[in-house]
Design a protein around this ligand. Structure first.
Ligand SMILES: C[S@@+](CC[C@H](N)C(=O)[O-])C[C@H]1O[C@@H](n2cnc3c(N)ncnc32)[C@H](O)[C@@H]1O
Length: 298
């Protein structure tokens, strides 16, 4: 299956759109605020850029990418004020797969810029330039040495393709406790290939001294079929199996369907970064979020 051609979050601003159903992902962006601020402060202080190129990879559509971009720009402005420097120009690149609803993003751009100008207190906001970048982050997206700060949240769990050789994962749609060992191995291999390619491409695009903050949907456990990350797909598989029993979908269709995701453990992420060799990890943390995010906020 060509994930690049078919994957997209639900477009628009309707009740079932990603924009209206991504509060969990926004909470995740909030949780990484201090890590992002530290990365940006160190980046600015060590490179003192006159123009700052920022990329949000897997931005989707809706308020989350605006929220992230405003947080990043405010952090840059804050460190400039601390150092008594004028604001740099901000060049923002919003990336996602070509099927993403970029139109919805651009429709809200002017009101976003207006709001940002009002929110940046005690200083003038540097000029902001926005660019949409359609394409897979498992390939080169930007010219050499052109980016200062790369951000990606809740996107890198998506693989570039369903792993090969998982045809015997019958009755399941992802890694599960009943998956044969070759299926677990194939998923892990695909993650290794994809993530190391991601790192290699970013290493070519980021300036020396640049920074990345990556947030994965992952797991704490070393068991790839642990309930932490697989349970949601096991529930979905149960429903699909019932639909097969009721004759609503064909068994062959269910057997040939597998989700192109991998939720890595911290040590799997660390191993790939070290093996690829272009980046140094300053901080690697895991946090838990409640799937029912509204339970935490009532
Ligand atoms: C769950 S959304 C997260 C969106 C946003 N970062 C947020 O936190 O709300 C994951 C996004 O990753 C995008 N994505 C998945 N694979 C990708 C790839 N290979 N290249 C670029 N974007 C990708 C999807 O299209 C989707 O919009």
């Amino acid at each position: 299956m060509e994930v690049t051609r078919v994957l997209r979050m639900k477009e628009g601003m309707g009740d079932t759109s990603y924009a209206k159903n991504s509060f969990l992902q926004q909470t995740v962006i909030s949780m990484t605020k201090s890590i992002r601020e530290e990365a940006i402060t160190n980046l600015y202080r060590s490179t003192l850029p006159g123009s700052m190129a920022i990329a949000d990879l897997g931005c989707s559509s809706g308020p989350n990418t605006f929220f992230l971009v405003s947080e990043v720009i405010k952090s840059v402005e804050k460190v400039c004020q601390e150092l008594n420097h004028g604001s740099p120009e901000h060049q923002v690149f919003l990336n996602d797969l070509p099927g993403n609803d970029f139109n919805s993003i651009f429709k809200y751009l002017e009101s976003f810029k207006e709001k940002l100008r009002n929110e940046v207190v005690a200083g003038e906001l540097g000029r902001c330039f926005f660019n949409g970048v359609p394409g897979s982050f498992y390939g080169r997206l930007f010219p050499r040495k052109s980016l200062h700060f790369v951000h990606s949240s809740y996107s890198l769990q998506w693989l570039s393709q369903v792993p090969e050789g998982v045809e015997n994962n019958k009755g399941n749609i992802y890694m599960a406790s009943t998956s044969p060992p070759n299926v677990l191995k194939a998923y892990y291999k695909q993650f290794q290939r994809d993530f190391s390619l991601f790192l290699k491409c970013r290493a070519e695009e980021i300036i020396d001294g640049g920074r990345m903050v990556l947030t994965f949907l992952g797991r704490k456990s070393e068991d790839p079929s642990s309930k932490e990350c697989c349970y949601i797909w096991e529930l979905m598989a149960m429903v699909l199996n019932d639909m097969v029993l009721e004759g609503m979908i064909k068994e062959e269709l269910l057997d040939s369907f597998n989700i192109p995701q991998y939720t890595p453990s911290p040590s799997e992420v660390k191993l790939e970064v070290e093996k690829e060799g272009s980046f140094f990890i300053h901080c690697l943390e895991t946090s838990e979020v409640n799937w029912n995010i509204y339970e935490d906020t009532r």
